[in-house]
Design a protein around this ligand. Structure first.
Ligand code: ATR
Length: 291
């Protein structure tokens, strides 16, 4: 079928990606002709793949670890989120077949909170205050999302303090008027009681990254009504979220971010804006629980 749209997810390794499950569910659900497949590319083969995917008849796709920065450098056109974050996770071709790069992680983060906790960014009376734990790639996307939703006070905590400082400087010197403070874990507890939102972006408590007995923060001192969210979704209830729940915080798990970040890409390639539903969430959850 000449006109059948074909999209991909590429990374290294890629076999654990759940993106094919998400996009193929939507293709079936909306009765669309199309395909979405996982294509593994090593760091050596990725540049060649970027140059040739359009010639191979592919419409675009998702890019994941470790290729997001290479994809960013390659793209001729980038959306505002990709520029601010410095990484591209979604590629599509425009009407002139020029490769465009976007970053939908920040969108996915905010859209998940919009869906699970409506008003999370508007129902606050005073200055919007966030505590962000971790300063890796995911943290960049979270901070960009928070800045675009008007969080003016953000504290960034990281084990490697220099990494947090670099990330804070990146946004403080950008055009979003950020005033991010960077600290080590020894200061983290001081910021718990003033935070409206606490986000864990570290791999602490993630399956396969070493078990932790407890998350190194006392969340009992958090504000009443404070919100906790994790970007890790395996396990769904991380040690951070379990402690937050026990301390009475409102909690949102990270699975929704994975589902929502997929929406803009699907729309680019297949022309339909898909819906994140409870049924889709259950399909991915069942797949996670199978492992
Ligand atoms: P991602 O792109 O998913 O954010 P990453 O770039 O590897 O992944 O970042 C992982 C984050 O988890 C970092 O903030 C890391 O802290 P460092 O920058 O100091 O490495 C954090 N992290 C991982 N293991 C940790 C641990 N045992 N204690 C505290 N922080 C940890």
């Amino acid at each position: 079928m000449a006109d059948m749209k074909q999209a991909f997810v590429t990374g290294y390794p890629i076999k654990h990606s759940r993106s094919p499950l998400i996009h193929n569910y939507w293709l079936r659900h909306y009765g669309l002709e199309g395909s979405y497949t996982a294509i593994e590319n090593s760091p050596e083969s990725f540049a060649g793949f970027l140059k040739s995917f359009a010639e191979q008849g592919l419409s675009g796709g998702n890019v994941t670890i470790p290729h997001k920065e290479t994809a960013f450098a390659f793209c001729e056109k980038r959306d505002a989120a990709a520029v601010a974050i410095g990484a591209v996770n979604t590629l599509w071709l425009d009407e002139n077949k020029v490769v465009n790069g976007g970053n939908t992680d920040a969108y996915g983060f905010a859209a998940n909170l919009d869906a699970q906790m409506p008003g999370w960014d508007t129902d606050l009376t005073s200055e919007k205050t966030a505590l962000v734990l971790g300063a890796g790639g995911a943290s960049r996307a979270v901070i960009y999302a928070l800045l675009t939703r008007g969080f003016s006070r953000i504290t960034l905590i990281n084990r490697t303090v220099e990494r947090a400082q670099q990330l804070a400087e990146h946004f403080n010197n950008g055009n979003l008027k950020a005033k991010i403070e960077a600290c080590g874990w020894d200061k983290a507890q001081d910021f718990v009681s003033s935070a409206d939102l606490i986000v864990n972006t570290t791999s602490l408590g993630m399956s396969g990254h070493g078990e932790i007995q407890s998350f190194p923060l006392d969340l009992n001192v958090a504000k009443s009504g404070a919100l906790a969210t994790d970007i890790v979704y395996i396990p769904l209830e991380t040690a951070f979220l379990a402690q937050a729940r026990q301390a009475g915080l409102r909690c949102v798990d990270g699975l929704g971010m994975l589902l929502h970040q997929a929406v803009p890409g699907f729309e680019h390639w297949f022309g339909v804006r898909p819906e994140v539903t409870e049924k889709l969430r259950q399909i991915i959850l069942d797949d996670i629980l199978k492992v």
